[in-house]
Design a protein around this ligand. Structure first.
Ligand SMILES: CCCCCCCC/C=C\CCCCCCCC(=O)SCCNC(=O)CCNC(=O)[C@H](O)C(C)(C)COP(=O)(O)OP(=O)(O)OC[C@H]1O[C@@H](n2cnc3c(N)ncnc32)[C@H](O)[C@@H]1OP(=O)(O)O
Ligand SMILES: CCCCCCCCCCCCCCCC(=O)OC[C@@H](O)COP(=O)(O)O
Length: 218
């Protein structure tokens, strides 16, 4: 169990996109060129997010995930080996204390953490209000937040209708938000700022892209 295993996991998972006919169009790579630990926050639409995540995953970066994933067979084993930090969402107090520990581990072991602040998968067409843990994490560790937005999958993947076509996913890496000097009092405004940046970016990249590369069956 070590965050370094993510290098191998990343290089294996990166091949899956070819089987699904997905392409990624990434902008803002320069914003990931930040030394040391940081917290990445991104929107969460589906398990497909794992593919985009692995496409851009920086070194020494692992994720916060719901603990149910440990029991998901091979996927669970891979998550465990990659040093993923598991939280129990049914026990928010436990989840908070795990994340407070993580803020120390990040600094001690020079680890970056990827959090989905919506806290659940969401395909409503707007981002869900953000949970607070990711922001507490960044402020407690005094590390920057790097917001990342994945464009909507709705033009090629509709879960309820069981429709899946090939398509292009736009990933936009936004400039980092510093948290040096901020305290827990600043968290509401930090969340507000991050949410509005990401939601408007999500809407703009989701409308402007011709997503489907292939035939579209309606
Ligand atoms: C061929 C195929 C091969 C396949 C191979 C596969 C390989 C796979 C490999 C790798 C894949 C990895 C994929 C991973 C994907 C996983 C995704 C997920 O699982 S998403 C679900 C879990 N994620 C979260 O839930 C987000 C984090 N959640 C939070 O941060 C929440 O805030 C949480 C759980 C900590 C608490 O949630 P609350 O529901 O209680 O709500 P709140 O409003 O945020 O907090 C309540 C109060 O607690 C305080 N609080 C929260 N966190 C705090 C903290 N850290 N310190 C102090 N106070 C805190 C807040 O300030 C608030 O209090 P006041 O209202 O302000 O008074
Ligand atoms: C049709 C397309 C599906 C193909 C997917 C290929 C990707 C392979 C990687 C699978 C890795 C699975 C990791 C799943 C992570 C995930 O997405 O967990 C769900 C939670 O976050 C939120 O849970 P919930 O609150 O139940 O929405």
């Amino acid at each position: 169990r070590d965050v370094e295993n993510m290098r191998l996991i990343r290089s294996l998972v990166r091949h899956v996109k070819y089987f699904l006919g997905l392409r990624f169009d990434v902008s803002g790579w320069e914003h990931l060129q930040t030394e040391g630990p940081y917290v990445i926050i991104s929107n969460h639409q589906s398990s497909l997010d794992v593919l985009g995540l692995m496409e851009i995953l920086p070194d020494r970066c692992t994720m916060i995930a719901k603990k149910e994933l440990i029991y998901a067979g091979t996927v669970g084993l891979i998550c465990w080996l990659g040093g993923i930090v598991f939280i129990n969402r049914k026990k928010p107090n436990d989840a908070r204390s795990v994340m407070i520990d993580a803020s120390k581990t990040m600094l001690d072991d020079k680890i970056r953490l990827w959090v989905f602040p919506e806290g659940t998968r969401n395909q409503t067409g707007n981002l869900l209000p953000f949970k607070k843990g990711a922001f507490h994490l960044a402020v407690q560790a005094q590390v920057p937040i790097i917001p990342i937005v994945f464009s909507s999958y709705s033009s090629f993947y509709l879960r309820k209708q069981k429709q899946f076509n090939s398509g292009t996913i736009t990933i936009k890496i936004l400039p980092k938000i510093e948290t040096k000097g901020l305290t827990s009092d600043d968290i509401p405004s930090l969340i507000d700022k991050s949410f509005h940046l990401m939601n408007s970016s999500f809407l703009s990249i989701s409308n402007s892209v011709p997503h489907s590369n292939g035939p579209c069956k309606h």
